[in-house]
Design a protein around this ligand. Structure first.
Ligand SMILES: [Ca+2]
Ligand SMILES: [Ca+2]
Length: 384
């Protein structure tokens, strides 16, 4: 429907045959290049209205780049695609240049996700997805996705989700996910990032800030393949910030399993503070979860809760957690953490978290901070 009524201007960047046609005087207008060959056309679409954005996502194919001009876009239905890119002809959805783009779900019907990607080899970057009535951004059974410098905020369920079998080799880099809360569940479901109900290797989360969500910062419930989590901060999760009289949010910083799966996630150089439950927890996952150089500070329960499984913890730092530094079981391997005998805890350079909320560095890296840093080269998160 949108194609027939809302055809928008397209800038097409085409390979060889089309480029020759342009050089020969076609003038850059629509070229009608057949896409039936082995090589996909690379097409750049620049959008500046919600209708154009909806149409562009709906019609994206391998090689399409959608550039979104500055502004706030309010789709009337979930931005959804099942199209596959390829490793050499990705499908890209991104802000135009350094412009500020917000995609806002406040006009969606109740229960609607804001964005749902089901295809392979998507790149989505430099965009905010906010105020959805349900999930913010959901990736289902995708291969090779790159999701970079995104913000998922104030949605009605989890901010960012990876799910489904065949979820393989996806990278989530520099995500900010905060303020997500599911009123229907009284906060029991909305995590900053959820990698749940699925499988597939090679998925990595790095450089995220997951904070002030009603449920957990990160949740790996019933995801049965190892996920790598690094350089990520989870803080302030699980508090009732919505005056919900029947609030049920959990509030773990890093919830590393659950639902009967046994899986050895890899969790290195992260930090959890000020969460209402544990900083890091196996959550009944009996697998050999690997945790190195993480820091847990001032969480309401344990810094590290690994009481039943075979987790392997080394060189982690826990300070001022109200439920204890760590709760470990007889199958846990623990060495060179500050709760182990003979290991001392270096002091923090700062316990003022203000700079952790600061703007990211250009390029999207975490803000520079001394918060929870110690200068140690052997123990605790480096907070970068
Ligand atoms: Ca929950
Ligand atoms: Ca959760």
């Amino acid at each position: 429907m949108l194609l027939s009524t809302g055809r928008h201007r397209r800038t097409r960047t085409l390979s060889i045959a089309a480029a020759v046609a342009v050089a020969a005087g076609a003038g850059g207008v629509y070229l009608g290049l057949s896409n039936g060959g082995a090589q996909a056309a690379s097409t750049t679409v620049t959008v500046s209205t919600t209708a154009q954005l909806e149409s562009a996502v709906k019609n994206a194919t391998a090689g399409t780049t959608i550039q979104v001009r500055a502004g706030t876009y309010t789709p009337a239905a979930t931005l959804k695609s099942t199209a596959n890119g390829t490793s050499s002809a990705r499908i890209t959805l991104q802000a135009y240049g350094s412009e500020k783009v917000k995609i806002d779900g406040s006009k969606l019907a109740a229960g609607s996700w804001l964005a749902g990607i089901y295809g392979d080899y998507w790149t989505v970057q430099n965009i905010t997805f906010q105020s959805s009535p349900a999930q913010g951004f959901v990736v289902t059974s995708s291969v090779g996705g790159i999701f970079k410098n995104l913000v998922t905020a104030n949605n009605g369920d989890s901010g960012f989700t990876l799910r489904g079998d065949g979820t393989t080799n996806n990278l989530v880099q520099n995500l900010d996910s905060y303020g997500n809360y599911d009123p229907a569940g009284h906060g029991q479901n909305a995590d900053g990032i959820a990698v749940k109900f699925g499988s597939g290797t090679g998925n990595k989360i790095t450089g995220a800030r997951l904070y002030n969500n009603s449920d957990d910062g990160l949740d790996l419930w019933q995801f049965s393949s190892p996920v790598t989590i690094e350089h990520t901060w989870a803080f302030g999760n699980g508090k009732n910030r919505w005056s919900d009289s029947a609030f049920e949010g959990n509030g773990n910083g890093f919830k590393l399993g659950g639902g009967g799966v046994t899986v050895a996630h890899v969790v290195n150089n992260n930090a959890a503070w000020d969460n209402t439950l544990n900083g890091f927890t196996e959550n009944s996952n009996p697998g050999a979860i690997v945790l190195n150089r993480n820091t847990a500070y001032a969480n309401a329960e344990a810094g590290f809760y690994f009481a039943t499984g075979k987790a392997r913890l080394a060189r982690n730092l826990a300070v001022s957690n109200k439920g204890g530094l760590s709760k470990l079981g007889s199958s846990t391997v623990s060495a060179a953490n500050n709760w182990d005998s003979g290991v001392s805890a270096p002091s923090f350079k700062s316990t003022d978290a203000a700079t952790a909320y600061a703007s990211r560095q250009s390029g999207g890296a975490l803000p520079s901070t001394t918060f929870l840093t110690t200068g140690s080269t052997t123990i605790g998160s480096t907070m970068n």
